[in-house]
Design a binder for this molecule. Structure first.
Ligand code: 8YV
Length: 324
């Protein structure tokens, strides 16, 4: 027995986070398969939960933890956490904003250039002996004659937009409302943005409100010369429509770091030679995952020191609104 506060860790948390918490907390670590037995055994004692978004923290799980006070999400996107259920119980949800903006902006530019210039395909050509056997790699598309659109101009989108200035290409954006201090062309509709640009970079948050926001109509507007880059959430893009668009040439190419049913990526998408596919590695560096882990730990420590959360999500503000 221990009197340390109990924390439930779901979905393969960064071990560094669990190790850092271990001296002061009893960390019950689980993957989905063991969750039921852990919740049955410890549910009434669990005060906090850490998650990295690979397993849903839904209303049923929140209900099974009657003393839950805090859900600390290791990631800026928290679409797998049912924030409405948390808010109804006055459970605070935290995430890891800002510390990953630079990494995500760097990665997005890398994926965009790799997709436009076909870097993975060209490398595979060399490795397989194609250069010697068949000669120079075919010419590719260029960023030089393209206009770039950003769908979603939050923290990462704004950091990316700053980086893109160095590329001396026009940049436009879509957001639900125009950002007052942003000096970029604004579109109030995704279809209109897609029609106006040649590269469409998706940075919209996941969740019900944005599910399949990038659909066949948007892809058709992007057009046969268009390139789609998605580093946000797989749910934002209608993957079936995207596969059809890639196959039929309705768009030119796609660079994808996120997928609808991770880690499962449809064979039909893997078969698309005009897609560059990476396994959700946008923030996946020692440096940035370290900063994200530090922020998860700092939120938990601050909370249990009675000082409130450091980075709560807007749906569970701190201090909480007065009860009606
Ligand atoms: C993941 C992410 O959280 O921050 C986000 O929203 O998608 C990523 O950083 C990361 O893969 C940890 O699982």
């Amino acid at each position: 027995m221990t009197d340390k506060p109990k924390i439930l860790s779901v979905g393969g948390m960064d071990p560094r986070v669990e190790e850092a918490l271990a001296p002061d907390f009893e960390v019950l670590s689980t993957r989905a398969a063991l969750l039921d037995s852990l919740v049955n055994g410890h549910g009434p004692d669990i005060l906090a939960l850490v998650t990295r978004g690979q397993f849903p923290v839904n209303a049923a799980l929140i209900a099974a933890l009657p003393k839950l006070q805090l859900i600390a999400n290791y990631g800026v996107g928290y679409d797998t956490v049912d924030c409405a259920a948390a808010a109804a119980r006055r459970v605070i949800v935290t995430h890891t904003p800002d510390v990953l903006n630079d990494e995500m902006a760097d990665f997005t530019i890398g994926l965009m250039l790799a997709t436009i210039r076909q870097l993975p395909q060209a490398e595979a050509y060399l490795r397989s002996g194609g250069w010697e056997a068949r000669g120079m790699y075919p010419l590719t598309a260029s960023l030089r004659d393209r206009k770039i659109g950003i769908a979603g101009l939050g923290r990462i989108g704004q950091t990316l937009a700053q980086r893109l200035q160095a590329f001396r290409r026009p940049v436009a954006y879509y957001a639900r409302t125009a950002r007052p201090h942003v000096n970029l062309q604004y579109f109030a509709s995704l279809e209109d943005l897609a029609e106006a640009v040649d590269v469409l970079i998706v940075l919209l948050p996941g969740g019900a409100a944005t599910r399949h926001a990038i659909n066949a109509a948007v892809l058709n507007k992007l057009g046969p010369n268009g390139i789609l880059i998605n580093v946000a959430r797989g749910s934002v893009v209608d993957e079936t429509a995207l596969i059809a668009a890639l196959r039929e040439g309705a768009i030119l190419a796609a660079g994808l770091d996120v997928f609808e049913d991770e880690p499962r990526v449809p064979q039909a998408l893997r078969d698309c030679a005009n897609a560059v596919l990476t396994p959700h590695i946008g923030t996946g560096t020692y440096y940035t995952r370290g900063l994200m882990g530090d922020l998860v730990i700092a939120n938990i420590r601050s909370w249990f020191a009675g000082q409130g959360p450091l980075t709560p999500v807007p749906e569970t503000p701190w201090p909480p609104p007065a009860l009606a």
